[in-house]
Design a protein around this ligand. Structure first.
Ligand code: UDP
Length: 314
């Protein structure tokens, strides 16, 4: 039976992955490590499974005598205001965290990492294939996140190429949906929480910058297939995301149409805000045939509104 370590399992994406791991019957133990910096223990409240053990610890300091068959590293903030506020901690969680986790991997086991489309920086090609090397400023405001994700990729591909370690690296594009913290600070959750409070929707810059938002249920379907259920050994990097690109203003306008009491206000642009982001899914279609985001953002946003309404008791 398989022993699993899930770092960051109380986070937005990590907790959804925890739910999926609990559906497996080949797993005997799931150790969830989280320091509850951006994660929340309530995110595990839907789980009633004696195989799950929660340990409150920093991923880089966690110790265990177990050598795990499968390790998932999702222990990182992902929202710009959160990682920008604590750049050293962000780098530590990703880089030192990955180093620590590698030491707990059973020989022949697999370590899976959620990297990010941020490795493409402010991309000069659109859509971005995995082969695109990116346009990242290592001195810029986003660098603690971008560069630490890149460094962990370097670490894992180095371990794979030189030592034969089994790795899987997914590059996630923007994700939204239930279990995003109401104070997370990213666009979709900000607009929804602002609308529910009757506050203006804050668009940074003119809103022409675009992203490709994937609903969490679709993204976790893709992760589940890639990480364990499809039986692929492809080490990555693999883009996983929605390839429908939408401007920030369009998202705000869609939410404003349902909440006319919340007008759109334009705030100063964020320095080095990427102008565009869209995954090239050619490789993904080969590795995970038939997988794609199914939930249109119009439906996903409305579903998320219901969740945030309950979460915020509004
Ligand atoms: N954004 C915005 N208003 C907000 C939050 C974000 O206009 O209240 C913009 C942000 O500047 C960026 C886009 O929305 O252009 C996506 O930002 P988010 O923080 O969601 O993700 P990321 O920048 O990491 O892709």
């Amino acid at each position: 039976m398989i022993e699993v370590l899930l770092a960051g399992g109380c986070g937005f994406i990590g907790s959804h992955l925890a739910d999926r791991l609990c559906r497996r019957n080949d797993v005997s133990r799931i150790v969830v490590v989280d320091n509850l910096w951006t994660g929340r223990i309530e995110n595990l409240s839907a789980i009633d499974d004696i195989r799950v053990e929660f340990v409150r610890a920093d991923v880089e300091h966690f110790k265990s005598d177990t050598q795990f068959d499968e390790i998932y590293h999702l222990a990182s903030p992902a929202s710009p205001p959160w990682y920008m506020a604590q750049p050293l901690r962000t780098i530590s969680a990703n880089v030192l965290g990955a180093m620590n986790l590698l030491g707990m991997l059973k020989p022949g086991g697999v370590i899976c990492y959620t990297s990010t489309s941020e490795v493409y920086g402010d991309p000069l090609v659109n859509p971005q294939p995995e082969s695109y090397r990116g346009s990242v400023d290592c001195t810029g405001p986003r660098s603690s996140y971008d560069e630490s994700k890149r460094c962990v990729e370097a670490m894992l591909f180095g371990a794979s190429n030189v030592h034969g370690t089994r790795v899987k690296v997914a590059r996630l594009f923007n994700v939204y949906g239930p279990r995003t913290r109401p104070d997370d600070g990213r666009a979709v959750s900000n607009f929804i929480t602002q609308a529910l409070r009757g506050e203006p929707l804050t668009v940074y810059g003119d809103g022409s910058q675009s992203r490709s938002w994937g609903h969490i249920d679709d993204i976790v379907d893709g992760l589940e297939r890639y990480f364990w259920s499809d039986g692929t050994d492809y080490s990555g990097p693999l883009n996983i995301g929605n390839d429908r690109e939408i401007s920030v203003l369009e998202v705000a306008q869609f939410i404003n149409a349902s909440f006319p009491g919340s007008p759109i206000v334009f705030l100063p642009p964020v320095p080095q805000d990427p102008t565009n982001r869209r995954p090239d899914l050619t490789l993904c279609n080969q590795v995970l045939p038939g997988w794609k985001c199914q939930i249109p953002y119009e439906e996903g946003v409305l579903r998320s509104v219901d969740w945030f309404r309950r979460e915020m008791r509004l």
